[in-house]
Write a protein that binds this ligand. Sequence first.
Ligand code: HEM
Length: 189
Amino acid sequence: MHRVERPFRSRRRASGLLWVLLPVAVTAGLFWYGRAHTPDYASSLFGRRFDDANLLKAQLGTALLGLALVQLLLALWMYGRLPGLRAAPRPVRTGHRLVGLGAFLLSLPIAYHCINAYGVQLTDSRIALHSFSGCFLYGAFVTKVIVVRHHRLPGWALPVAGGALIVLIALLWYSAALWRLNGHHVPGL
Ligand code: HEM
């Protein structure tokens, strides 16, 4: 019996390691690319450049934060944590998936412009926080998808992965979108 179980267990351990390495590789890959490539400050976002592009990113980033908060509410509903609401009906689960997909797609042009126009910059604490959060965001997206699909993981894994995503989106918004919309200033940064 041991002879049959051992290869099975080591195969499972190897695939477990692969799932851990994937988010790390995505985060590290973005960081590496952002540091290695030459920033193209004139790159456009939907036809807008320079400060116009940054203003558009700040607005799209605010919409992204809105979607993240909707996700949080839908998740709390599914976990039965919204007082006064009964068990979440099926459309709530579908809505959570669709809003998640929408948030992911909305983040792509913003992040693409950031990484192309600026790359990963570490010039001051606000910009460093923003750049690190941007790289971690996609590692966290990959982690969330992996956790959703692996039913053997402990029950806390999904809320922790989802919570990390929302925290990262909030940090990205605070360190760049709010900063831009608030006259280039946010408390503490
Ligand atoms: C790989 C991901 C990302 C990287 C490496 C990155 C990096 C940067 C850098 C270096 C800047 C210039 C610094 C500044 O002036 O603020 C910037 C600007 C900006 N980023 Fe990102 N970013 C990423 C993703 C995102 C995401 C997902 C959002 C959405 C909230 C976002 C929103 C913005 C905004 C609004 C600005 C313009 C701020 C301004 O007016 O200067 N970024 N990004």
